[in-house]
Design a protein around this ligand. Structure first.
Ligand code: AMP
Ligand code: ZN
Length: 112
């Protein structure tokens, strides 16, 4: 499968990784939308949030543990935003599920 985030997960494509374990990797977004903008992904290929199931949801729960840990390590005490774009109308451009972890500025709501 020609998936750019699978290739980042297995090291075929370089990325600035800020966290990695057996099932999850986190790396800096190439086009940051905030002073800190990290993408957190499962190493296994899950296409989108619409494909989360009882069989694969443990890694999604783990991603949120990693997000909480990163928020402390990177001193996001003023707050942070986690975004998942699911599907074309939501603006999902990479079809491997990823969670944007953004911090370092104020965010508006609702997100445009
Ligand atoms: P989305 O639009 O939610 O699918 O987000 C995809 C994100 O992946 C965008 O913010 C891109 O800037 C980012 N991105 C795409 N290719 C790379 C890459 N090779 N390394 C890091 N971030 C990337
Ligand atoms: Zn993939």
């Amino acid at each position: 499968m020609d998936c750019i985030f699978c290739k980042i997960a297995n090291g075929e494509i370089p990325a600035t990784k800020v966290y990695e374990d057996e099932t999850v990797v986190a790396f800096n977004d190439l086009e940051p939308q905030a002073p800190t903008h990290i993408l957190v992904i499962p190493k296994q290929h899950i296409t989108s949030a619409a494909d989360i199931s009882a069989e694969n949801s443990a890694v999604i729960a783990h991603i949120f543990e990693v997000i909480a840990q990163l928020s402390k390590e990177l001193d996001m005490k003023d707050g942070f935003r986690v975004v998942n774009n699911c599907g074309d109308s939501a603006g999902q451009t990479v079809k491997h599920i990823h969670f944007h972890l953004m911090s370092g500025r104020a965010f508006t709501w609702p997100a445009g």
